[in-house]
Design a protein. Sequence first.
Length: 319
Amino acid sequence: MAHELAFRADGSAEIAYVGEKPWHGLGDELPKGATPDDFLRILKLPTIKRSRVRFGEGPNQQTYDGAHVLFRHDNKLPLGIVSPTYKIVQPVQMIEFFRDVADTIGGHLETAGVLFGGKRYWALANLGEKETIRGNDTLAQYLLLTSSADGSSATEARETCIRAVCNNTVSAALSMKTKHAIKVSHRSTFDAAQVKRELAETKGHFAAFVEAARTLSRVSVTNKQAEDFLTKLLADSTTKEDVSESTGFKSIMSLFKGNALGGTLLGVPGTAWGLVNAVTEHVDHKARAQSTENRIASAWFGRGDDLKTKAVEAALALA
């Protein structure tokens, strides 16, 4: 349901990308080597404005100083009600963050855009690191920067991994000593330079996740073990008393048994790594969602992302 993504007045999506088309198949393609200026030129991102909340009718209308409404400058679409102290991070700042990324933490901007009409916005950069798990199964290191204009989330810079064979976003949020995410509350001013310094000091997380994935690729998992694993993993995410009858359980088991993208690669069939990727593919592409936007939001920074993280950590316990 790609038509539910944010659109401009001319009907084009508020998305830009370099390389392969992103998940929804929409957006403006930019040439390889596109700069932040190229992204800004194509996206024409909205500016987030604020106004005090007004209530009442006619001459009796009053202003409430305890809350502000945030809205887009171009079409005046309201985005959320926030406190007067809410520090706005503009969509343009998502792009500007990566202007000197190659000199500080490496890599290049690959895609950026708007979700939910401007309530959420993001930019995703390929950091240039790529490692093979086994055979032709490779992971690439990415940095996802997200923020909101509706009070739903902090501004966050998060390391993540994308598996080349299926374009799935594999959760790299392991319980390790290395930090993989930096959050800045909207009660504080977003200091891009400080966040970049912290990210530059963050070393070893991608390498640690790659080693964890290699370990998982050598851990054998039977169908019965996979069923027991999923029964525990999905216990809190389904209303069905018998988890094995849930759509999610059936979907993941089908993917685990060989129907997943890259499901036949070395180190995937009948392994804990294959089980983790079955969960990931279900979350990213198969799980029920009200819209494409909701699925992506869930997979990147919602319940789906939490489920992927739990799956990795639970799978490592099998090693």
